[in-house]
Design a protein around this ligand. Structure first.
Ligand SMILES: Nc1nc2c(ncn2[C@@H]2O[C@H](COP(=O)(O)OP(=O)(O)OP(=O)(O)O)[C@@H](O)[C@H]2O)c(=O)[nH]1
Ligand SMILES: [Mg+2]
Length: 443
Protein backbone atom coordinates (compact mmCIF):
# COMPACT_ATOMS: atom_id res chain seq x y z
CA UNK A 1 0.00 0.00 0.00
CA UNK A 2 1.27 3.48 -0.70
CA UNK A 3 2.04 5.84 2.12
CA UNK A 4 -0.96 8.10 2.71
CA UNK A 5 -2.13 10.76 5.17
CA UNK A 6 -5.75 11.98 5.19
CA UNK A 7 -6.30 15.32 6.88
CA UNK A 8 -9.07 17.90 7.08
CA UNK A 9 -8.47 21.59 7.73
CA UNK A 10 -10.98 23.04 10.17
CA UNK A 11 -11.48 26.47 11.77
CA UNK A 12 -13.86 29.33 12.43
CA UNK A 13 -14.85 31.36 9.37
CA UNK A 14 -12.05 33.43 7.79
CA UNK A 15 -9.24 32.10 9.95
CA UNK A 16 -7.34 31.25 6.76
CA UNK A 17 -7.99 27.61 5.79
CA UNK A 18 -8.21 28.10 2.04
CA UNK A 19 -5.20 30.43 2.06
CA UNK A 20 -3.21 27.69 3.81
CA UNK A 21 -4.23 25.18 1.14
CA UNK A 22 -2.94 27.65 -1.49
CA UNK A 23 0.42 27.64 0.29
CA UNK A 24 0.53 23.85 0.41
CA UNK A 25 -0.22 23.62 -3.31
CA UNK A 26 2.57 26.06 -4.09
CA UNK A 27 5.03 24.42 -1.73
CA UNK A 28 4.72 21.02 -3.41
CA UNK A 29 5.18 22.73 -6.77
CA UNK A 30 1.87 21.75 -8.23
CA UNK A 31 2.16 24.73 -10.55
CA UNK A 32 4.96 26.02 -12.72
CA UNK A 33 6.84 28.90 -11.13
CA UNK A 34 5.49 31.39 -13.63
CA UNK A 35 1.93 30.13 -13.51
CA UNK A 36 -0.37 32.62 -11.81
CA UNK A 37 -3.20 30.79 -10.09
CA UNK A 38 -4.42 33.77 -8.08
CA UNK A 39 -5.51 33.43 -4.48
CA UNK A 40 -7.95 31.07 -2.78
CA UNK A 41 -7.59 28.53 -5.57
CA UNK A 42 -10.01 26.09 -3.98
CA UNK A 43 -12.84 28.61 -3.61
CA UNK A 44 -13.66 27.83 -7.20
CA UNK A 45 -17.36 28.46 -7.72
CA UNK A 46 -18.68 31.93 -8.53
CA UNK A 47 -20.42 32.57 -5.24
CA UNK A 48 -17.37 31.47 -3.26
CA UNK A 49 -15.15 33.81 -5.25
CA UNK A 50 -17.51 36.75 -4.90
CA UNK A 51 -18.07 36.34 -1.20
CA UNK A 52 -14.59 35.15 -0.31
CA UNK A 53 -15.95 32.26 1.72
CA UNK A 54 -15.87 28.52 1.29
CA UNK A 55 -19.28 26.93 0.84
CA UNK A 56 -18.44 23.39 -0.22
CA UNK A 57 -15.79 21.14 1.26
CA UNK A 58 -13.20 20.09 -1.34
CA UNK A 59 -10.56 17.42 -1.76
CA UNK A 60 -7.08 17.94 -3.12
CA UNK A 61 -4.10 15.71 -2.99
CA UNK A 62 -0.40 16.49 -2.90
CA UNK A 63 2.82 14.52 -2.71
CA UNK A 64 5.45 15.45 -0.19
CA UNK A 65 8.60 13.44 0.48
CA UNK A 66 7.09 10.41 -1.22
CA UNK A 67 3.90 10.50 0.86
CA UNK A 68 0.50 11.25 -0.58
CA UNK A 69 -1.38 13.77 1.53
CA UNK A 70 -5.13 14.00 0.88
CA UNK A 71 -6.34 17.35 2.11
CA UNK A 72 -9.95 18.31 2.72
CA UNK A 73 -10.67 22.04 2.89
CA UNK A 74 -13.84 22.74 4.85
CA UNK A 75 -16.12 25.78 5.17
CA UNK A 76 -15.89 27.74 8.43
CA UNK A 77 -19.26 29.47 8.49
CA UNK A 78 -21.62 27.83 10.96
CA UNK A 79 -24.38 27.52 8.35
CA UNK A 80 -22.23 25.01 6.48
CA UNK A 81 -21.37 22.97 9.56
CA UNK A 82 -23.20 20.03 7.96
CA UNK A 83 -20.52 19.93 5.27
CA UNK A 84 -17.73 19.71 7.83
CA UNK A 85 -19.38 16.96 9.77
CA UNK A 86 -19.80 14.61 6.88
CA UNK A 87 -16.33 15.03 5.43
CA UNK A 88 -14.51 14.56 8.73
CA UNK A 89 -15.05 10.83 8.52
CA UNK A 90 -12.69 10.71 5.54
CA UNK A 91 -9.81 12.01 7.67
CA UNK A 92 -7.39 10.52 10.21
CA UNK A 93 -6.30 13.87 11.53
CA UNK A 94 -7.16 17.55 11.46
CA UNK A 95 -5.31 20.82 11.20
CA UNK A 96 -7.10 23.17 13.56
CA UNK A 97 -6.42 26.70 12.46
CA UNK A 98 -6.86 29.54 14.92
CA UNK A 99 -6.44 33.23 14.22
CA UNK A 100 -3.62 34.59 16.42
CA UNK A 101 -5.59 37.75 17.08
CA UNK A 102 -9.13 36.46 17.55
CA UNK A 103 -8.34 33.19 19.26
CA UNK A 104 -10.84 30.30 19.42
CA UNK A 105 -14.32 31.36 18.31
CA UNK A 106 -17.69 29.58 18.57
CA UNK A 107 -17.21 27.65 15.33
CA UNK A 108 -13.70 26.62 16.40
CA UNK A 109 -15.36 24.89 19.31
CA UNK A 110 -18.05 23.31 17.17
CA UNK A 111 -15.75 21.76 14.57
CA UNK A 112 -13.11 20.77 17.10
CA UNK A 113 -15.75 18.99 19.16
CA UNK A 114 -16.73 16.89 16.13
CA UNK A 115 -13.09 16.05 15.38
CA UNK A 116 -12.36 15.11 19.00
CA UNK A 117 -15.44 12.90 19.16
CA UNK A 118 -14.30 11.05 16.03
CA UNK A 119 -10.94 10.43 17.69
CA UNK A 120 -8.98 12.39 15.08
CA UNK A 121 -5.46 13.51 15.89
CA UNK A 122 -5.14 17.32 15.82
CA UNK A 123 -2.30 19.61 14.81
CA UNK A 124 -2.89 23.20 15.89
CA UNK A 125 -1.85 26.06 13.65
CA UNK A 126 -1.91 29.53 15.15
CA UNK A 127 -2.28 31.51 11.94
CA UNK A 128 -2.01 35.20 11.07
CA UNK A 129 0.84 35.93 13.50
CA UNK A 130 1.73 38.79 11.14
CA UNK A 131 -1.24 40.74 12.49
CA UNK A 132 -0.25 43.57 14.79
CA UNK A 133 -1.14 43.17 18.47
CA UNK A 134 -1.87 39.46 18.19
CA UNK A 135 -1.19 37.15 21.10
CA UNK A 136 -0.09 33.73 19.80
CA UNK A 137 0.97 32.32 23.17
CA UNK A 138 -2.35 33.10 24.81
CA UNK A 139 -4.18 31.67 21.84
CA UNK A 140 -2.19 28.46 22.17
CA UNK A 141 -3.14 28.30 25.84
CA UNK A 142 -6.80 28.95 25.04
CA UNK A 143 -6.83 26.13 22.46
CA UNK A 144 -5.41 23.73 25.02
CA UNK A 145 -8.12 24.70 27.52
CA UNK A 146 -10.78 24.36 24.87
CA UNK A 147 -9.58 20.89 23.96
CA UNK A 148 -9.44 19.91 27.59
CA UNK A 149 -12.99 21.11 28.15
CA UNK A 150 -14.11 19.02 25.17
CA UNK A 151 -12.80 15.85 26.82
CA UNK A 152 -9.98 15.26 24.39
CA UNK A 153 -7.96 12.11 25.00
CA UNK A 154 -4.41 12.32 26.30
CA UNK A 155 -3.05 11.62 22.86
CA UNK A 156 -5.17 14.41 21.40
CA UNK A 157 -4.13 16.85 24.13
CA UNK A 158 -0.53 16.10 23.33
CA UNK A 159 -0.83 18.09 20.10
CA UNK A 160 1.90 19.92 18.23
CA UNK A 161 1.45 23.62 17.62
CA UNK A 162 2.81 25.56 14.68
CA UNK A 163 2.77 29.30 14.30
CA UNK A 164 2.88 31.29 11.15
CA UNK A 165 1.19 33.24 8.45
CA UNK A 166 -0.53 31.51 5.56
CA UNK A 167 -0.65 34.82 3.78
CA UNK A 168 3.09 35.40 4.01
CA UNK A 169 3.65 31.72 3.36
CA UNK A 170 5.55 30.42 6.39
CA UNK A 171 5.04 28.11 9.34
CA UNK A 172 7.37 27.54 12.26
CA UNK A 173 7.50 25.94 15.71
CA UNK A 174 7.92 29.36 17.29
CA UNK A 175 6.10 32.52 16.29
CA UNK A 176 9.15 34.70 16.75
CA UNK A 177 11.18 32.55 14.39
CA UNK A 178 9.78 33.06 10.90
CA UNK A 179 10.88 30.58 8.25
CA UNK A 180 10.98 30.64 4.46
CA UNK A 181 8.14 28.23 3.76
CA UNK A 182 5.63 25.86 5.29
CA UNK A 183 7.76 22.70 5.34
CA UNK A 184 7.61 22.66 9.16
CA UNK A 185 3.86 22.04 8.89
CA UNK A 186 4.16 19.39 6.16
CA UNK A 187 6.86 17.57 8.14
CA UNK A 188 4.66 17.66 11.23
CA UNK A 189 1.78 16.12 9.26
CA UNK A 190 3.99 13.21 8.18
CA UNK A 191 5.26 12.79 11.70
CA UNK A 192 2.15 12.96 13.86
CA UNK A 193 -0.88 12.15 11.72
CA UNK A 194 -1.24 8.37 11.64
CA UNK A 195 -1.39 6.69 8.25
CA UNK A 196 -4.78 5.09 7.62
CA UNK A 197 -5.23 1.70 9.14
CA UNK A 198 -5.19 -1.05 6.58
CA UNK A 199 -8.26 -3.20 7.03
CA UNK A 200 -8.71 -6.35 5.06
CA UNK A 201 -12.06 -7.97 4.50
CA UNK A 202 -15.12 -7.22 2.44
CA UNK A 203 -15.51 -3.78 0.90
CA UNK A 204 -16.93 -0.90 2.92
CA UNK A 205 -16.92 2.66 1.64
CA UNK A 206 -19.23 5.33 2.96
CA UNK A 207 -20.31 7.99 0.47
CA UNK A 208 -19.37 11.25 2.20
CA UNK A 209 -19.53 13.66 -0.66
CA UNK A 210 -20.81 13.99 -4.18
CA UNK A 211 -19.25 15.25 -7.32
CA UNK A 212 -21.09 16.11 -10.47
CA UNK A 213 -19.90 16.10 -14.02
CA UNK A 214 -22.21 17.16 -16.83
CA UNK A 215 -21.23 14.24 -19.04
CA UNK A 216 -20.43 11.59 -16.45
CA UNK A 217 -23.31 12.30 -14.09
CA UNK A 218 -23.22 11.87 -10.32
CA UNK A 219 -20.00 10.61 -8.79
CA UNK A 220 -19.81 9.14 -5.28
CA UNK A 221 -16.86 10.27 -3.18
CA UNK A 222 -15.71 8.63 0.02
CA UNK A 223 -13.00 6.83 1.86
CA UNK A 224 -12.52 3.09 1.61
CA UNK A 225 -12.69 1.93 5.19
CA UNK A 226 -12.22 -1.76 4.58
CA UNK A 227 -11.25 -4.02 1.68
CA UNK A 228 -10.51 -3.11 -1.92
CA UNK A 229 -12.38 -1.63 -4.84
CA UNK A 230 -11.73 -2.07 -8.55
CA UNK A 231 -13.16 -0.98 -11.85
CA UNK A 232 -15.84 -3.34 -13.14
CA UNK A 233 -16.44 -4.83 -9.71
CA UNK A 234 -20.03 -5.68 -8.76
CA UNK A 235 -21.02 -4.02 -5.47
CA UNK A 236 -24.06 -3.43 -3.26
CA UNK A 237 -25.27 -0.07 -2.09
CA UNK A 238 -26.78 -0.10 1.40
CA UNK A 239 -29.12 2.79 2.06
CA UNK A 240 -29.93 4.55 5.29
CA UNK A 241 -33.15 2.54 5.66
CA UNK A 242 -31.27 -0.74 5.25
CA UNK A 243 -32.41 -1.54 1.71
CA UNK A 244 -29.76 -2.98 -0.60
CA UNK A 245 -29.37 -2.39 -4.35
CA UNK A 246 -26.90 -4.04 -6.73
CA UNK A 247 -24.58 -1.91 -8.80
CA UNK A 248 -21.30 -2.03 -10.72
CA UNK A 249 -18.24 0.22 -10.43
CA UNK A 250 -18.02 1.64 -13.94
CA UNK A 251 -15.04 3.87 -13.37
CA UNK A 252 -12.78 4.61 -10.47
CA UNK A 253 -10.82 7.77 -9.72
CA UNK A 254 -8.25 8.85 -7.20
CA UNK A 255 -7.59 12.48 -6.19
CA UNK A 256 -4.37 13.82 -7.63
CA UNK A 257 -3.45 17.49 -7.33
CA UNK A 258 -6.50 19.62 -8.08
CA UNK A 259 -8.12 16.95 -10.20
CA UNK A 260 -8.89 13.27 -10.38
CA UNK A 261 -6.97 10.47 -12.03
CA UNK A 262 -8.61 7.38 -13.50
CA UNK A 263 -7.41 4.18 -11.87
CA UNK A 264 -7.60 0.74 -13.48
CA UNK A 265 -5.87 -1.16 -10.72
CA UNK A 266 -7.27 -1.94 -7.30
CA UNK A 267 -7.54 0.77 -4.66
CA UNK A 268 -7.25 -0.45 -1.11
CA UNK A 269 -8.51 0.73 2.27
CA UNK A 270 -7.44 4.12 3.57
CA UNK A 271 -7.56 5.92 0.24
CA UNK A 272 -10.19 8.49 -0.72
CA UNK A 273 -11.69 7.81 -4.11
CA UNK A 274 -14.50 8.70 -6.49
CA UNK A 275 -16.77 6.02 -7.95
CA UNK A 276 -18.77 6.32 -11.12
CA UNK A 277 -21.68 4.13 -12.07
CA UNK A 278 -23.54 3.85 -8.78
CA UNK A 279 -27.16 4.70 -9.35
CA UNK A 280 -29.59 6.47 -7.04
CA UNK A 281 -27.20 6.86 -4.17
CA UNK A 282 -27.43 9.34 -1.35
CA UNK A 283 -24.76 10.78 0.87
CA UNK A 284 -24.30 8.46 3.85
CA UNK A 285 -24.99 5.25 1.90
CA UNK A 286 -22.40 2.48 2.08
CA UNK A 287 -20.85 0.89 -1.01
CA UNK A 288 -20.27 -2.68 0.13
CA UNK A 289 -19.54 -6.20 -0.98
CA UNK A 290 -21.91 -7.61 -3.60
CA UNK A 291 -22.60 -10.81 -1.68
CA UNK A 292 -22.13 -9.83 1.96
CA UNK A 293 -23.14 -6.18 2.24
CA UNK A 294 -22.43 -4.61 5.62
CA UNK A 295 -23.60 -1.04 6.23
CA UNK A 296 -21.64 1.58 8.11
CA UNK A 297 -23.14 3.87 10.72
CA UNK A 298 -25.20 6.55 8.96
CA UNK A 299 -23.82 10.09 9.01
CA UNK A 300 -25.53 12.35 11.51
CA UNK A 301 -26.21 15.86 10.39
CA UNK A 302 -27.51 18.68 12.56
CA UNK A 303 -31.13 19.63 12.22
CA UNK A 304 -32.24 22.67 10.22
CA UNK A 305 -32.74 25.85 12.22
CA UNK A 306 -34.61 28.02 9.79
CA UNK A 307 -37.27 27.72 7.13
CA UNK A 308 -38.38 29.78 4.18
CA UNK A 309 -41.36 29.47 1.88
CA UNK A 310 -40.63 29.16 -1.86
CA UNK A 311 -43.60 29.89 -4.15
CA UNK A 312 -44.08 30.52 -7.82
CA UNK A 313 -44.08 34.13 -8.89
CA UNK A 314 -47.74 35.10 -9.13
CA UNK A 315 -47.10 38.83 -9.30
CA UNK A 316 -47.73 41.02 -12.38
CA UNK A 317 -44.00 40.74 -13.14
CA UNK A 318 -44.28 37.03 -13.77
CA UNK A 319 -41.79 35.65 -16.30
CA UNK A 320 -39.75 38.82 -16.61
CA UNK A 321 -36.56 37.54 -14.99
CA UNK A 322 -36.35 33.82 -15.24
CA UNK A 323 -36.91 31.02 -17.69
CA UNK A 324 -37.92 28.34 -15.18
CA UNK A 325 -41.06 29.62 -13.57
CA UNK A 326 -43.54 26.79 -13.04
CA UNK A 327 -44.11 24.98 -9.77
CA UNK A 328 -42.81 21.80 -11.41
CA UNK A 329 -39.46 23.43 -12.28
CA UNK A 330 -39.00 24.86 -8.83
CA UNK A 331 -40.04 21.68 -7.11
CA UNK A 332 -37.66 19.49 -9.12
CA UNK A 333 -34.78 21.87 -8.55
CA UNK A 334 -35.37 22.05 -4.80
CA UNK A 335 -35.59 18.30 -4.38
CA UNK A 336 -32.45 17.89 -6.47
CA UNK A 337 -30.66 20.20 -4.06
CA UNK A 338 -31.43 17.95 -1.09
CA UNK A 339 -29.53 15.11 -2.77
CA UNK A 340 -26.23 16.85 -2.24
CA UNK A 341 -27.00 19.47 0.38
CA UNK A 342 -27.36 17.16 3.31
CA UNK A 343 -28.44 19.70 5.92
CA UNK A 344 -31.21 21.05 3.69
CA UNK A 345 -34.76 19.73 3.64
CA UNK A 346 -37.78 20.44 1.48
CA UNK A 347 -41.31 19.86 2.67
CA UNK A 348 -44.57 19.85 0.76
CA UNK A 349 -47.31 22.18 1.89
CA UNK A 350 -51.00 21.81 1.10
CA UNK A 351 -50.51 23.66 -2.15
CA UNK A 352 -48.35 22.45 -5.06
CA UNK A 353 -47.20 26.00 -5.67
CA UNK A 354 -45.64 26.37 -2.25
CA UNK A 355 -42.72 24.49 -0.77
CA UNK A 356 -41.06 24.96 2.57
CA UNK A 357 -37.27 24.86 2.50
CA UNK A 358 -35.39 24.18 5.73
CA UNK A 359 -31.75 25.08 6.19
CA UNK A 360 -29.03 25.73 8.77
CA UNK A 361 -29.37 29.51 8.62
CA UNK A 362 -29.96 32.54 6.45
CA UNK A 363 -26.69 32.20 4.56
CA UNK A 364 -27.33 28.53 3.84
CA UNK A 365 -30.73 29.28 2.29
CA UNK A 366 -29.64 32.49 0.57
CA UNK A 367 -26.82 30.70 -1.27
CA UNK A 368 -29.41 28.33 -2.69
CA UNK A 369 -31.66 31.26 -3.67
CA UNK A 370 -28.81 33.03 -5.43
CA UNK A 371 -27.63 29.86 -7.20
CA UNK A 372 -31.16 29.16 -8.46
CA UNK A 373 -31.63 32.73 -9.60
CA UNK A 374 -28.45 32.54 -11.65
CA UNK A 375 -29.53 29.25 -13.15
CA UNK A 376 -32.63 31.02 -14.49
CA UNK A 377 -35.26 30.17 -11.92
CA UNK A 378 -37.86 32.75 -10.96
CA UNK A 379 -39.80 32.47 -7.71
CA UNK A 380 -41.09 34.31 -4.68
CA UNK A 381 -39.83 33.96 -1.14
CA UNK A 382 -41.52 34.16 2.21
CA UNK A 383 -40.03 35.57 5.39
CA UNK A 384 -37.37 33.40 6.99
CA UNK A 385 -38.72 31.70 10.09
CA UNK A 386 -36.70 30.43 13.01
CA UNK A 387 -37.67 26.90 13.90
CA UNK A 388 -38.78 26.59 17.49
CA UNK A 389 -38.76 23.18 19.10
CA UNK A 390 -40.24 22.04 22.33
CA UNK A 391 -38.51 19.72 24.73
CA UNK A 392 -39.67 18.93 28.26
CA UNK A 393 -42.22 21.71 28.02
CA UNK A 394 -39.57 24.28 27.09
CA UNK A 395 -39.35 26.02 23.78
CA UNK A 396 -36.00 26.70 22.22
CA UNK A 397 -34.46 27.74 18.95
CA UNK A 398 -32.31 25.03 17.52
CA UNK A 399 -29.23 26.78 16.32
CA UNK A 400 -27.76 24.54 18.96
CA UNK A 401 -29.40 21.48 20.42
CA UNK A 402 -30.57 21.84 24.01
CA UNK A 403 -27.64 19.71 25.17
CA UNK A 404 -25.19 21.94 23.38
CA UNK A 405 -26.87 25.03 24.77
CA UNK A 406 -26.54 23.63 28.27
CA UNK A 407 -22.84 23.06 27.65
CA UNK A 408 -22.43 26.74 26.92
CA UNK A 409 -24.53 27.80 29.86
CA UNK A 410 -22.38 25.99 32.40
CA UNK A 411 -20.64 28.79 34.19
CA UNK A 412 -21.53 31.37 31.58
CA UNK A 413 -23.30 34.30 33.13
CA UNK A 414 -23.90 36.01 29.81
CA UNK A 415 -26.46 33.63 28.40
CA UNK A 416 -29.99 34.89 28.74
CA UNK A 417 -32.31 32.21 30.04
CA UNK A 418 -36.01 32.90 30.03
CA UNK A 419 -38.78 30.48 30.96
CA UNK A 420 -39.90 30.21 27.36
CA UNK A 421 -36.67 30.15 25.48
CA UNK A 422 -33.00 29.71 25.87
CA UNK A 423 -31.49 32.24 23.60
CA UNK A 424 -27.86 32.12 22.82
CA UNK A 425 -26.68 35.56 22.10
CA UNK A 426 -23.81 35.25 19.73
CA UNK A 427 -22.33 38.64 20.45
CA UNK A 428 -22.27 38.09 24.16
CA UNK A 429 -20.83 34.67 23.67
CA UNK A 430 -18.05 36.05 21.54
CA UNK A 431 -17.41 38.64 24.21
CA UNK A 432 -17.04 35.94 26.83
CA UNK A 433 -14.74 34.00 24.53
CA UNK A 434 -12.58 37.08 24.17
CA UNK A 435 -12.58 37.71 27.91
CA UNK A 436 -11.70 34.13 28.55
CA UNK A 437 -8.66 34.47 26.35
CA UNK A 438 -7.57 37.38 28.44
CA UNK A 439 -8.10 35.24 31.50
CA UNK A 440 -11.09 37.13 32.82
CA UNK A 441 -13.91 34.76 32.02
CA UNK A 442 -14.89 31.42 33.45
CA UNK A 443 -16.24 29.47 30.48
N1 LIG B 1 -2.97 38.94 7.90
C1 LIG B 1 -3.24 37.72 7.49
N2 LIG B 1 -4.37 37.47 6.78
C2 LIG B 1 -4.62 36.21 6.40
C3 LIG B 1 -3.74 35.13 6.72
N3 LIG B 1 -4.27 34.00 6.21
C4 LIG B 1 -5.41 34.34 5.59
N4 LIG B 1 -5.63 35.67 5.69
C5 LIG B 1 -6.77 36.43 5.14
O1 LIG B 1 -7.96 36.05 5.80
C6 LIG B 1 -9.05 36.08 4.90
C7 LIG B 1 -9.79 34.76 4.94
O2 LIG B 1 -8.97 33.74 4.42
P1 LIG B 1 -9.56 32.38 3.86
O3 LIG B 1 -8.37 31.53 3.53
O4 LIG B 1 -10.59 32.59 2.83
O5 LIG B 1 -10.24 31.83 5.18
P2 LIG B 1 -11.10 30.51 5.33
O6 LIG B 1 -10.78 29.98 6.69
O7 LIG B 1 -10.84 29.59 4.18
O8 LIG B 1 -12.57 31.07 5.30
P3 LIG B 1 -13.94 30.20 5.12
O9 LIG B 1 -13.60 29.08 4.20
O10 LIG B 1 -14.96 31.11 4.56
O11 LIG B 1 -14.28 29.74 6.48
C8 LIG B 1 -8.48 36.40 3.53
O12 LIG B 1 -8.69 37.76 3.28
C9 LIG B 1 -7.01 36.10 3.68
O13 LIG B 1 -6.21 36.88 2.82
C10 LIG B 1 -2.55 35.42 7.46
O14 LIG B 1 -1.74 34.56 7.79
N5 LIG B 1 -2.37 36.73 7.83
MG1 LIG C 1 -12.13 28.71 2.97
Amino acid sequence: MQDIRNIAIIAHVDHGKTTLVDRILHQVKLFRDNQDMGELILDSNDLERERGITILAKNVSVRYKGVKINIIDTPGHSDFGGEVERVLNMADGVILLVDAFEGPMPQTRFVLQKAIALGLKPIVVVNKVDKPNCSPDEVHEAVFELMYSLDASEDQLDFQTLYGSSKQGWMSHGWQEPTQDISALLDTILEVIPPPEEKTGTLQMQISSLDYSSYLGRIAVGRITRGNIKMGMPVSVVKRNGSVARSVVKELYRFEGLGKEKVKTEISSGEICAVLGIENFEIGDTIADAELPEAMKPINVDEPTMSMLFTINNSPFFGKEGIYVTSRHIRDRLFKETEKNLAMRVEETGSPEKLLVYGRGILHISILVETMRREGYEFQLGQPQVIVKEKNGRKYEIKFSLEEAMEYIKGDEYVEVTPKSIRLRKILLEETERKRQKGQGNV
